[in-house]
Design a protein around this ligand. Structure first.
Ligand code: AMP
Length: 419
C-alpha cells in the first residue's frame, strides 16, 4: 500500500488529507486514484465505509485545482449524483473539507427543502455540484443549472439509485452532459441493471473492486440474541445500561417501529432520536447533528433513512429487527466499521426472523455467534430452523448448506447453558 504522497496529488490536497488525520489510503483510494488522475473512466464496486468518497473527490479536486479559474454561474465542471439528500450533503462536506486549501467552490442541491438558497448558490458560481436527481432536473428545467461545461461526472451508489426508481431521471441528466467527459460509476452491488447502465455510460473503464460483503462482515464483532418480539424493547433498554455502548445506531423495519423504540428509550432516560422518511428534512438533519455531536447516544433508523449516513465513531449497531435482505444487514453493520476500524453489531432475532438470519449467514459466509446466557434468551427460538419464506430469492439460491450452520455453534440445538 502506498502513502498519499505516492499518489501524486497536489500539495494543498495532501495538506487537507493530513488535516483530516488520514495517513494511509484505503484500498479503493489506492487503486482508483492513479487511473482517475490519468483521466480514465472508472467502475467502482465498493460500498459506503470503504473511503470511496475521497477516492473520487481527491482526483477531481486535483484536476480542477490545476486551472481552477473563476467559478461560473450555473455551470459546474464536475457533477456528482447521489440517491439521497443525506449522502449528497455528506459528499459536498467531503469536497469542502478536502478542498479547503484550494480556490474551488462546491455546492449541493436536493429536494425536500426550499430551492431558494440553492438557486442563489448556483448563481454565485460553482466548480463542483453535488445533487440528487429530482432536484437537479427541476433546476435544469428552470434554467438554473446547465451541464454543458461538465468535464467529470460521478454516479454514486448506482444500485440504490435504480432501486429508488431514478433510472429515467439519471438518463435525462446524462443526455444533457457533453459526450466528451470523464465518467465514474460506483455501486455496492452489480446486478444486471447496473451493468447495463455502466455499459452505456463508461468508455473503456478501469474496474476497481474492494471489500466484498464477507470481508466487511469479518471486521465487525457480531452476535445474535434469540428473543420474543414483545421482549425486544425491554432487552434494548437493558443492553443500553452498558456505558460502553457510546454511540449506537439502531435499525428497525418500519418508521412506526423507529418512533416507538426512540420513545421507549426516552422513557428509560436514554438520549435517543429517530430518523426516517416521515420526518421533515430539518428534523432529520437535527437528529443527525445531535448524533454526530454526541448529544444523542442512540439513533433509531429505517434502512432507507440510514442510507449514506456517514458518522464516525459509531461503537455499536443494533438490529432491533433483522432485515429480510442480507445485503441490508451487511450495509447496516458496516456503519460501525468505517475505513478499517472494528465495531460491534448485535442483532435481535424473533421467531419470524429465523429464516432471515439463515439467509444472512449464507451471504456473509459465517455464522453469527449466539448469546445464550442472557435472561431474555429463548432456546425454542434458537431451536427453530426457520420457516422457509415464500421469497422469490429463495428459489434462486442453492439449498441450505448444513455445513455452514454446523460450524457455527448456531446449530439449531439448544445452547447448553440454557438447556
Ligand atoms: P466513505 O466510504 O467515503 O463513506 O468513507 C468512510 C469514512 O472513512 C469517512 O468517515 C471518511 O472520513 C473516512 N476515510 C476516508 N478515507 C480515509 C483514510 N484514507 N484514512 C482514514 N479514514 C478515511
Amino acid at each position: 500500500m502506498t502513502n498519499f504522497a505516492g499518489l501524486e496529488l497536489a500539495q494543498p490536497i495532501l495538506r487537507a488529507i493530513a488535516d483530516e488525520g488520514y495517513t494511509t489510503p484505503t484500498p479503493i483510494q489506492d487503486k482508483a486514484i492513479p487511473p482517475l488522475l490519468a483521466g480514465r473512466d472508472l467502475l467502482g464496486v465498493a460500498q459506503t465505509g470503504t473511503g470511496k468518497t475521497a477516492a473520487f473527490a481527491l482526483p477531481i479536486l486535483h484536476d480542477l485545482g490545476r486551472d481552477a479559474g473563476k467559478p461560473v454561474r450555473n455551470r459546474p465542471r464536475a457533477l456528482i449524483l447521489a440517491p439521497t439528500r443525506e449522502l449528497a450533503g455528506q459528499i459536498n462536506d467531503s469536497f469542502r473539507g478536502y478542498g479547503r486549501h484550494l480556490d474551488l467552490r462546491s455546492t449541493v442541491i436536493f429536494g425536500g427543502v426550499s430551492a431558494h438558497s440553492q438557486i442563489k448558490a448556483l448563481a454565485r458560481g460553482i466548480h463542483v455540484l453535488v445533487a440528487t436527481p429530482g432536484r437537479l432536473l427541476d433546476l435544469m428545467n428552470q434554467g438554473h443549472v446547465r451541464l454543458d461545461a461538465v468535464e467529470i461526472f460521478v454516479l454514486d451508489e448506482a444500485d440504490r439509485m435504480l432501486d429508488m426508481g431514478f433510472v429515467r431521471d439519471v438518463k435525462k441528466i446524462v443526455a444533457a452532459l457533453p459526450t466528451k467527459r470523464q465518467t465514474l460509476l460506483f455501486s455496492a452491488t452489480m446486478p444486471k441493471s447496473v451493468q447495463a447502465l455502466a455499459a452505456g455510460l463508461l468508455d473503456d473503464p478501469v474496474r476497481v473492486e474492494v471489500a466484498p460483503a464477507a470481508t466487511t462482515a469479518e471486521k465487525v464483532e457480531q452476535s445474535v440474541l434469540f428473543v420474543p418480539k414483545d421482549k425486544k424493547r425491554a432487552l434494548l433498554g437493558d443492553l443500553l445500561q452498558d456505558e460502553d455502548i457510546e454511540r449506537v445506531l439502531i435499525f428497525t423495519r418500519t418508521k412506526h417501529g423507529a418512533n416507538r423504540v426512540a420513545k421507549h428509550l426516552h422513557q428509560c432516560g436514554i438520549e435517543a432520536d429517530a430518523i426516517h422518511g416521515n420526518k421533515t428534512q430539518n428534523a432529520r438533519q437535527r437528529a443527525l447533528k445531535g448524533f454526530r455531536a454526541g448529544r444523542v447516544r442512540a439513533l433509531v433508523a429505517t434502512d432507507i433513512a440510514a442510507r449514506g449516513i456517514d458518522v464516525d465513531g459509531v461503537t455499536h449497531v443494533i438490529n432491533f429487527d433483522l432485515p429480510n435482505e442480507p445485503e441490508s444487514y451487511v450495509h447496516r453493520i458496516g456503519r460501525t466499521a468505517r475505513a478499517g476500524a472494528g465495531g460491534i453489531a448485535i442483532s435481535f432475532c424473533d421467531h419470524e426472523e429465523r429464516a432471515y438470519l439463515r439467509d444472512i449467514e449464507k451471504t456473509i459466509r459465517q455464522s453469527v455467534p449466539v448469546v445464550d446466557d442472557h435472561a431474555y434468551h429463548r432456546p425454542e427460538i434458537a431451536n427453530d430452523p426457520g420457516t422457509v419464506k415464500k421469497d422469490p430469492r429463495a428459489k434462486k439460491r442453492p439449498s441450505r448448506r448444513r455445513r455452514n450452520s454446523r460450524r457455527s455453534g448456531n446449530t439449531g440445538q439448544a445452547p447448553r447453558k440454557a438447556a
